[in-house]
Design a protein around this ligand. Structure first.
Ligand SMILES: Nc1nc2c(ncn2[C@@H]2O[C@H](COP(=O)(O)OP(=O)(O)OP(=O)(O)O)[C@@H](O)[C@H]2O)c(=O)[nH]1
Ligand SMILES: [Mg+2]
Ligand SMILES: [Zn+2]
Length: 308
């Protein structure tokens, strides 16, 4: 029996199958040994547990099409990278990182720009920065029915998720797409800048043979933690990839080196600058260094310095 994990909270998993099955499952300890965690979006094999409180147990996770740790999701087809045309101020570092994560993992990134109904909305900056990527950009707001129809058209038979900062309006838009209050929403009210009804868990909602996931907002994301390396980061930049074979030297890092074909006519200067910053950071990390090894090496270097 195969179902999809639509929610994971406290070691319990809500399962959903296209035949109408819904149930709560625990996971076999064996996954911990393998170092993999059942994740929303996973297709799993489940069987009866004999426990009336948690009647099912996940015995196997089917091979994943892809997997990202933030937001924690498996088997994504599309990611709705959501930003506001007003508040909160857009974090272009975050947007660029999310685009890269998508393009490296065979997920289609789509930019969703919310709150265009507000008088202070500044949507044109997104066109300026992202036009040359050729990614789809959809401008929306509460009650903009035309944009909702366009976004709904992206969902049938697909696993789609929202991603973006807290307060940009992901849950609000999900409710509008479903025409129902699936998620609570709220303003940015408390001290740490989180919404009053800020989303706490990833949750997939079934829609037209596919799923749409709401996810908690976040602002920090490290490319290295998402498996992006100095070899793969270029895939996140269609503007660079289109001309990189015209650079004079193969293996050009596009850091402004002699003979580099990447110019500010081909890519927005701010986006190029962010690429270069990410690239320099990733170039510092040797590919074989795992996060744990990095910590160890950092400690060793630190100790050595102290002994001198
Ligand atoms: N004017 C206007 N306000 C909006 C729009 N979309 C969302 N909001 C408001 O923005 C606030 C935050 O919306 P949420 O949907 O809770 O934001 P979120 O992205 O789900 O936030 P997290 O769950 O914390 O990640 C709410 O007060 C919404 O009413 C919009 O298109 N226009
Ligand atoms: Mg939310
Ligand atoms: Zn180059």
């Amino acid at each position: 029996m195969i179902a999809r994990i639509v929610k994971a909270v406290g070691g319990q998993y809500q399962l959903d199958a296209t035949n109408g099955f819904r149930g709560i499952a625990a996971a076999r300890g064996i996954f911990r040994l393998d170092g993999i965690t059942p994740t929303p979006g996973d297709l799993v094999v489940y069987e009866s547990s004999g426990d009336p409180d948690v009647p099912w147990v996940i015995s196997e996770i089917l091979p994943r099409r892809n997997y990202i740790i933030r937001p924690a999701l498996a088997n994504l087809d599309r990611l709705l990278i959501t930003a506001a045309a007003t508040e909160p101020a857009p974090d272009f570092f975050l947007i660029d990182k999310l685009i890269t994560v998508c393009l490296v993992n065979n997920i289609e990134p789509i930019l969703i720009i919310t709150k265009n109904d507000q008088a202070t909305a500044e949507p044109q900056i997104f066109c300026e920065v992202y036009d040359r990527t050729n990614l789809k950009i959809i401008f929306t707001s509460i009650d903009d029915k035309k944009s909702h129809i366009e976004i709904r058209g992206l969902l049938p038979e697909q696993v789609v998720s929202f991603a973006g900062q807290s307060g940009v309006g992901k849950s609000t838009l999900l409710n509008q797409l479903f025409g129902d209050e699936m998620m609570e929403t709220g303003g940015i009210s408390d001290k740490i800048g989180r919404g009053r009804h800020t989303t706490r868990h990833v949750e997939l909602f079934s829609y037209a043979g596919g799923y749409l996931a709401d996810t908690p907002g976040f602002s920090t994301l490290e490319l290295i933690d998402l498996g992006i390396t100095s070899e793969t980061i270029e895939q996140g930049y269609p503007e660079i990839a289109a001309v990189s074979d015209q650079c004079r030297f193969s293996g050009c890092r596009h850091l402004g080196d002699l003979g580099c074909a990447v110019t500010e006519q081909l890519i927005h200067p701010d986006r190029l600058e962010r690429y270069r910053m990410f690239r320099r950071q990733l170039d510092q990390i040797k590919p074989y260094e795992s996060t744990a090894q990095q910590t160890n090496n950092r400690t060793r270097r630190y100790n050595k310095k102290k002994r001198r």
